[in-house]
Design a protein around this ligand. Sequence first.
Ligand code: NOJ
Ligand code: CA
Length: 704
Amino acid sequence: MKTRLVIVMILSLVFITFSKAQENTVVKAGLQKVKLLFLLDQNGKAAYSISFDEKKVINNSHLGFVINHHRLDSNFRIIKVDSSVVDEKWNPVWGEVKTIRNHYQQLKIQLQQKSAPFFKLNIVFKVFEEGVGFRYEFPLQNNLKFFTVNDELTEFNLTADHKAFWIPADYDSNEYPYTTSKLSEVNAWKFPLISSGTYQTNIPDQYAVQTPLMLKSNDGLYINIHEAALQNYATMQLHVNRAEHGLSANLVPDAVGNKVYLRTPAKTPWRTIIVSDKATDILASKMILNLNEPSVIANTSWIKPTKFIGVWWEMQTGRGSWSYTDNIDSLSKDGKLIPNGHHSANTANVKRYIDFASKNAIKGLLVEGWNIGWEEWTGVHKEDNFDFVTPYPDFDVKEIAKYAKAKGVEMIMHNETGSSAANYDRHMDTAFRFMNQFGYKSVKTGYVGMIIPNGEHHDGQWMMNHYERAAKKAAQYHVMIDMHEPMRPTGLSRTYPNWLASEAGRGNEWNAFSDGNAPDHETIMPFTRLMGGPMDYTPGIFKLRHYAKDAPNRQMHTTLAKQLALYITMYSPIQMAADIPENYEAHMDAFQFIKDVPVDWDDTKILEAEPGAYITIARKEKGKNNWFLGTITNENARQTTISLDFLDTNKKYSATIYGDATDADWKSNPEAYIIKKLEVDNSMKIDLLLAKGGGTAISFITKN
Ligand code: NOJ
Ligand code: CA
């Protein structure tokens, strides 16, 4: 991850205008269409506003805190203002593009209270082409070393009653279906598709939502509000003032109701506002990554994006079990576990998956439910639930490691913690040493249930520090990590490139055990959950109906071709082929796309996008000239014409189009697809017809 070009200009007042109208101090910044205005009013209250192309995006919005139970939001004066411009390029270890430009004007405003306790607070703004990031810094103070943040008072006052794509502000889960409504109609109790309540939800009040929050104004502006570089702090959720379309920060509390503990010098995460009149610009933005620190891992050669299959969907659909026994009571008199007869992670079954992966050049194999503890792992709030190294009697670790190695398959470890994060902290070194010993190069972790230490939340400061400890510890052992049920990401994979992905959203798996995800779900997720980083969404389900053992009428909410397109539209450097081998063997012609599709890219073009409606993305394979395209639609059928001008010039490509059959329909005929092959070049256009809930995936392979 090299910085190739850095131009830093320290400017005097060239980009800043101070004006003193009625004792207000105004500081302005902005290089292109996005402009920031900082204002300190006569009461010493700090505020900001943002415009795009002369249109207001954020009206005057206050900044500040409650710390140690005192308001820290007025009585300030400006000590100093610094401005600089940065224009640099850097190469991520893996990603959607090879090179990222980081171009912004920074404004650092140093404030101090005019009277005792003379608290100092800096506000740093970075104004990019596509938005604004700002953070607070708490410098060393005269007589205060550490303090408690009881509240953050940051506001985001919107200009009208925009359309919002939102999920409720649970402290412990992001796994909700999206609701699309006016801001004035946000009602966090409406969950249209939830039918199975495995999560204990902690919804602070009716009118609070999670970020990333996606908004669309009546006059065609797309606005995304989130945060970047969330470290040593609590997740920011947003309270919605429905009458005035105002949003304000709502930090997830700890076990005793405090929000954050800080020691000076300290800084908050960046609050981010991305804005454009084109929805495609929102998806193309790299602002959140740019606001994160460069990699702290010096040698990243061991970090490799990967495709994998898993002994997994068979458990999700009720055909196998994670646990070796039926429950904890299934102990024989001598204390031995009594097998239930349908434990999936048994050596013979695992070998079958290894054979399939090896034969089809899928590099990784995840096996869940291999270790003691699953017989009593959820809903029991058990402190000492797993040791992460003791297999069930039918899972032969050594034999499986040997067999996988011989077949060229990399085993992927699974560490479900049952949310006893304290227990995982105690066992992490042992767990990672075990992975090193048996050749596991990556781990999927999980946090189902209520957090131990008691009273902490998945999205609070304590857990943030836990997830970061896990990423750091994994890096020490050269292990890549994929976290399920952490807080939603904020771009930290730039700093820890071994933190390949997180779940932290409602994945494809919800179709296995609940009413599932509506057909528009995947057209919203890239604008919301994915803005902060990759998601382990687990696409690639081929048997779209009659897969759930105890719910014969359950079905996926996509066509088969759309499942393929998701490998492009849901960006991740790890992608699972989530279905079971038998279901792939029934459609090996379509499985070819999953075999071919890369997981690392040199370039990405967001060709079309509208949240809730459709997304079309083309990506260029890392180190090669091949391109891949994915396009998806919501519940409506869609016709689109795509210009192939993104392809390299002067090259011929063999295109394979995996599309919906003319009679396909997510509900009535989801598995009907057609595969067409043709020769194309970049002067051509192609017409695509997407079924209701459908999609199309295309590979463009070139020889040179
Ligand atoms: C929930 C995760 O999202 C899922 O992928 C996993 O299989 C189960 N927890 C068990 O760990
Ligand atoms: Ca989950």
